[in-house]
Write a protein that binds this ligand. Structure first.
Ligand SMILES: [Zn+2]
Length: 286
């Protein structure tokens, strides 16, 4: 029997306040982890201001974490973006300057596009819409930012992780519209952290997505979906907020538990953890 290996389709590491990739990569690899998608944290998580300069420093930290994870033997994809919650946070404090906030976000996204062209970063993430009721101004900024980022991702032919509202079929309809209108590669647009209903609707439209690797979610999803998606921890590496998301090793433990309970077979797990990853991110299999 082939050895099972595991991918984490979306996580954040925080070498300033949390464990950082050095600790995380070691623990994840010990359990068979081979691949990670490292996504940038908003500057304020790293003790920086959410200014353009703060974003540049946060991206530097991300690039370094990616480099370290590769040195530690993991295959890593490195995504940078402007989180919708960070935009909401800024707009709620200073709604009169909404347009200036939008212009700063454009500047950050253009900086990320440059980093992509230089080979420092592999794509965009996360951008998108909040999953809670937002201020109208923040909502429209996030909508403009989503469209702008998708256009950049299309032109550079790189992946983008979208943070969305979990609107089930409505969310899938909207993202499929974007894909068609902007002429995007369906494999490069990843709906991140979707719930079971949105996952099902997305798969029906052949959209790519990641699901949180929680036991109950996987238990349900393994029974109803084809293995054409990825599992993520969405770990935020914040010691002050333990349990907000899973640890990368938890998603491995949950898959192994469900394998032992015969809810899923190893063939399915190979497909989710290797085949889909190879197809979406153009990486060599382990
Ligand atoms: Zn995230």
């Amino acid at each position: 029997m082939k050895k099972l290996v595991f991918a984490d389709g979306h996580l954040h590491t925080n070498p300033v306040k949390g464990m950082g990739i050095k600790v995380i990569a070691k623990k994840f690899a010990e359990l068979g982890g081979w691949f990670v998608v490292l996504v940038s944290l908003p500057p304020h998580h790293l003790g920086l201001d959410n200014t353009f300069e703060g974003y540049v420093k946060a991206i530097d930290i991300l690039v370094n974490e990616c480099k370290l994870s590769r040195e530690l033997g993991l295959r890593a994809v490195c995504l940078a973006g402007v989180h919708p919650a960070a935009i909401e946070d800024e707009v709620s404090k200073d709604v009169k300057h909404s347009v200036e906030i939008l212009e700063k976000v454009f500047k950050v996204l253009n900086y990320i596009a440059k980093a992509v062209r230089e080979g420092l970063v592999d794509g965009f993430g996360e951008v998108g819409r909040p999953h809670y009721k937002a201020s109208p101004e923040a909502f429209v900024i996030n909508s403009i930012v989503t469209r702008y980022t998708l256009t950049l991702a299309r032109d550079l032919d790189v992946p983008v992780h979208l943070h969305l509202e979990q609107g089930g079929e409505l969310t899938a309809i909207d993202i499929e519209d974007y894909v068609k209108l902007l002429g995007l590669n369906r494999l490069r647009v990843i709906l991140h952290h979707v719930d079971v209903v949105t996952a099902r609707a997305s798969q029906a439209k052949k959209l790519m997505f990641t699901v949180p690797g929680k036991y109950q979610v996987l238990r349900e999803i393994f029974k109803i979906l084809k293995p054409e998606y990825m599992i993520e921890s969405d770990f935020i590496d914040d010691p002050k907020r333990p349990g907000v998301s899973s640890y990368p090793w938890n998603i491995v433990e949950n898959q192994l538990k469900l394998l032992n309970e015969n809810i899923v077979d190893s063939e399915y797990l190979y497909k989710v953890n290797i085949d889909t990853v190879v197809k979406v991110y153009n990486v060599n299999p382990p």
